[in-house]
Design a protein around this ligand. Structure first.
Ligand SMILES: [Fe+2]
Length: 378
C-alpha cells in the first residue's frame, strides 16, 4: 500500500450554498421529472439522453437527445407506458450503441399519493416492461414484458448481434434489483437509517439481467447474474470501466453488504463472467459509490483503480484507492473534514483534493485525471 500525504483543504471554496450562476433550461415541453444519462456511451460524448415525464395523466415519456456542453435538446421519440394509467418511476436508465432503454416499473408516480405527501406508489398488480427506443429513428422497436422489478440504478446495457448479419437481435440490460420488493423505500428513510441495533435489516438485492429480444417476442425473464450470497445479499451503486458503457463488459464495481447491517457497508468487484466477487470491508465504515479509472494504455478491462470516498465510524473520512484487478488497497488518504454520503457531489467540492490523491498513487497518469473530471461533470 502506498502512503499518501494528507490533503489540504482547498482555499477557493465553494464554502457556502449561495447561487453561483443561472443555467438556462429549454425543456421543449413543460416537464415534471427528468433523468439524464452522463453520455451517449463508451467513447461517444457528443450526446446525452434524457427521459422526461411531462404529464402524470398522459402515461408516457419523452426521450430527448441533448448535445453535450450545450442546452440544445431534441425530442427523438415518445414511449407509451403499457401498464395502466399511472406513469412508471424512472430513477436511472442506460443506452447502447443504437438504443435508449426505457424501464417501466410497478413503482409509479401517483397523483392521489402526491397529495398526501408520497410521490410514489408500488402497484402490486401492475406489469413491468422494457421499452427499446432506436436512437436514430426514435421508434420504439420493442416493448417487452418482464417480471416485476424494483431498481434504483442500472449498471450497463449492450446489444447481442447476429453473427452473420451483425444486426442486433437482443439487448442485455443489467441492474441492481431488490427482489421485486418495495421494502427498500422504507429502509432508506432518515429515521430508519439512524436506528441500527445490530440486527440485519437491509432488504436483499441482486445483480439482475434482462435479455430483451428484438424479434417481436412479447415477454422475457429476469435472471440473476451472480448469486446474491457472493456479495453479501446486497448490491447497489455500481459503476463500470467507462470505456465499456453500452458495450459487452465483464466487471462491475459497487457497494455491497457485510452482515449484519442496515446500509451498504462494503465495496465489491463483480466478475459477471466467472460469477464471482472480490470485496473490501472496514468495520463501521460507509463507502460511497465507487468509480473506476483506467490506467493509461490499459489493455484489460480491469486495468486501473477504483476510488471511493469513505465515511469512517468516528465521523471522519478518507479516500480509498483499490487496484481494479486484485481489488486490494493501494492507497488511502485521510481527508481533513467530515463527509456527507454522495460521491458525485463530494467530488465536485473535493475535486482538487482527490486529484492530489490520484497523482500520488503510483502508476496513475493524466488520463485518470481526465476520467475523474468526466465523472465530476456528469
Ligand atoms: Fe440514484
Amino acid at each position: 500500500m502506498n502512503t499518501v500525504p494528507a490533503v489540504n483543504k482547498s482555499q477557493d471554496g465553494p464554502f457556502t450554498l449561495a447561487t453561483l450562476m443561472a443555467v438556462l433550461f429549454d425543456p421543449i415541453e413543460e416537464i415534471l421529472f427528468l433523468v439524464l444519462t452522463p453520455f451517449n456511451g463508451a467513447g461517444d460524448e457528443r450526446f446525452k439522453f434524457e427521459i422526461q415525464t411531462n404529464d402524470l395523466t398522459n402515461s408516457g415519456y419523452n426521450v430527448i437527445q441533448m448535445c453535450s456542453g450545450t442546452n440544445e435538446r431534441n425530442l427523438i421519440g415518445k414511449v407509451k407506458c403499457k401498464s395502466g394509467p399511472c406513469v412508471g418511476w424512472v430513477h436511472s436508465f442506460t443506452v447502447t450503441d443504437n438504443f435508449v432503454i426505457v424501464p417501466e416499473m410497478p413503482m409509479k408516480y401517483h397523483l392521489e399519493s402526491m397529495l398526501s405527501g408520497d410521490l410514489l406508489q408500488w402497484h402490486q398488480d401492475a406489469k413491468a416492461f422494457m421499452h427499446i427506443v432506436c436512437k436514430e429513428t426514435g421508434e420504439t422497436v420493442a416493448s417487452v414484458e418482464v417480471p416485476q422489478f424494483m431498481t434504483f440504478h442500472f449498471i450497463n446495457a449492450y446489444e447481442e448481434k447476429d453473427e452473420a448479419t451483425s444486426k442486433p437481435i437482443s439487448v442485455i440490460v443489467d441492474c441492481c434489483e431488490y427482489n421485486s420488493s418495495v421494502a427498500i423505500m422504507e429502509r432508506i428513510l432518515l429515521q430508519e437509517l439512524r436506528s441500527f441495533f445490530g440486527e440485519d435489516s437491509l432488504p436483499d438485492s441482486r445483480v439482475g439481467r434482462f435479455t430483451v429480444p428484438l424479434n417481436g417476442s412479447p415477454r422475457e425473464t429476469l435472471d440473476i447474474v451472480v448469486p446474491s450470497k457472493e456479495h453479501g445479499r446486497g448490491i447497489d451503486m455500481c459503476n463500470i470501466n467507462p470505456k465499456y458503457k453500452g458495450k459487452e463488459y465483464r466487471y462491475a464495481y459497487g457497494c455491497a453488504v457485510e452482515c449484519p447491517c442496515h446500509f451498504l457497508n462494503s465495496l465489491t468487484k463483480i466478475d459477471l463472467k466467472e460469477k464471482s466477487v472480490k470485496k473490501w470491508y472496514s468495520e463501521g465504515s460507509i463507502p460511497s459509490e465507487p468509480f473506476f479509472i483506467g490506467h493509461s494504455g490499459a489493455k484489460a478491462e480491469d486495468d486501473g483503480v477504483v476510488i471511493s470516498i469513505v465515511s469512517d465510524k468516528d465521523g471522519h473520512g478518507f479516500a480509498i484507492v483499490l487496484d481494479g484487478s486484485t481489488f486490494t488497497e493501494v492507497a488511502r488518504a485521510k481527508l481533513p473534514y467530515a463527509l456527507p454520503y454522495d460521491l458525485k457531489r463530494r467530488l465536485k467540492v473535493f475535486k482538487e483534493d482527490v486529484e492530489v490523491i490520484v497523482q500520488n498513487v503510483k502508476g496513475i497518469k493524466d488520463e485518470c485525471i481526465e476520467h475523474l473530471e468526466r465523472a465530476v461533470e456528469s
